[in-house]
Each structure stands twice: as C-alpha cells, then as structure tokens.
Ligand binder design. Structure first.
Ligand code: SAH
Length: 196
C-alpha cells in the first residue's frame, strides 16, 4: 500500500469512528425535550453545512478522486504519523466530552428541559472541549491529506462554525445559567487551557 493510500484510509477511519461513536449519544439526546430552540436557526444550520463541507465533503471528494490535483504536494511519513496521533487524540477527547455532557449535548444550539450546566471532567479544563476536539480533527486532516485545498478545508470550515457560533453559544448559556456561567467563564478559557 502506498503512503498516500494509507493516509487517506487513516483519515476515513477517523471520520467513521467519530460518526459511530456519536450515534448512541445522538439517539439519547434526541429523546430529551428542548426548552429553548431560538438559537437553532437558519444561521446555525448554514454554519453546520459549511463545517460539514470542510470536514467531510471536500476531503472525501479529494480522497476518492484526487481533485483538485493542482493543489497536491508530496507526502512525508512523519506527517502521516503526526496526523494519526492527532486524530487519535481528537477521538479520545470527543469520547470524553460526550460522556461528560451526556444528554445536555446537541448538534445545534439549544437548551433542554432540565438542562444541567456541566463544569466537571474535561469541562473543568476549557468551556468548549468538543470544539477543541473538532480543531484537532481539522489539524489531523491537514496532516493526513497532502493537498492544500482538501487539507485546509477542515480548518476553514470548522473555524467558520466556531468563530461565528461560540459567542452566541456563550450568550445563550449566560442567559440560561446567569451567574453560574459567568463564574465558569471567569475560571476557564474557550478551547486551549490557559491560552484561549
Ligand atoms: N461548546 C461545547 C458543547 C458543544 S454541543 C463544547 O465544545 O464542548 C452544543 C450544546 O452544548 C449547546 O446547545 C449547549 O446547550 C450545550 N452546552 C455547551 N456548553 C455546556 C456546558 N458547559 N454544560 C452543559 N451544556 C453545555
């Protein structure tokens, strides 16, 4: 097997593992009644589509067809090793965030009935560890796919979702949890412990 084929398969295995890992949580979360869905709007859906394009569709097209060929460059073994390690770290963090958030998790922005503010586990380190995990995934994609367009599409796509969403998510949480969320914000950073 060529190094390139190995790297593409490693990327695909990472994506499929994430998808399968999420299924049971998605099934459980859907059963919880939603109390506030005002933020689950066309804007949030558009951001989710942009993210899916960058983390899923564009790299999948590249992996299957090699398009856009002009943007490809030679792959190094070191890059592939780093990519596999970063994807593994992303999946581990996804697992932890889903376990900690439990039924408070949702794909779109919403507040559930009996929504509980989670500040323990990985949520004690940063306020948005699931978004940290998505950035790690996007970084792994950039390392595993030796194509400037397909490689960077994840960082651009998820970065767009993150930067246009995180402020609104925090405003929504402050509205729902008041001083409790203010205090949580005062002692944690967004996605990188101690930094940002
Ligand atoms: N931004 C978080 C969660 C992403 S899932 C992260 O990156 O880990 C998005 C949903 O999670 C939102 O609809 C919000 O209701 C919920 N949420 C976000 N932070 C939360 C927290 N600390 N406790 C409970 N629910 C939270």
């Amino acid at each position: 097997m060529s190094l390139l084929l190995f790297a593409k398969i490693a990327w695909a295995v990472g994506v499929v593992t994430w998808f399968v890992m999420r299924l049971p949580f998605q099934r459980k979360a859907r059963r919880k009644a939603v109390a506030d869905a005002r933020h689950r709007n066309a804007r949030d859906m558009t951001l989710l589509s942009i993210s899916t394009l960058g983390l899923g569709i564009i790299p999948a097209i590249y992996a299957l067809t090699g398009w856009p060929a002009g943007a490809s460059y030679p792959l190094s073994a070191l890059q592939v090793i780093a990519g596999v390690a970063v994807f593994a770290a992303a999946l581990w963090l996804f697992w932890r965030t889903h376990r900690d958030l439990g039924q408070n998790w949702s794909v779109t922005l919403e507040i559930k009935d009996a929504h509980k503010l989670i500040t323990n586990g990985v949520y004690a380190k940063v306020r948005h560890p699931m978004y940290s995990a998505f950035f790690l995934w996007a970084l792994a994609q950039a390392l595993l796919l030796p194509n400037v367009v397909a490689g960077l599409a994840g960082l651009v796509g998820f970065g767009t979702l993150f930067f246009f969403r995180v402020g609104r998510e925090e405003a929504m949480m402050r509205e729902a949890f008041g001083a409790e969320y203010d205090a949580y914000m005062a002692r944690t950073k967004r996605i990188i412990p101690g930094l940002y």
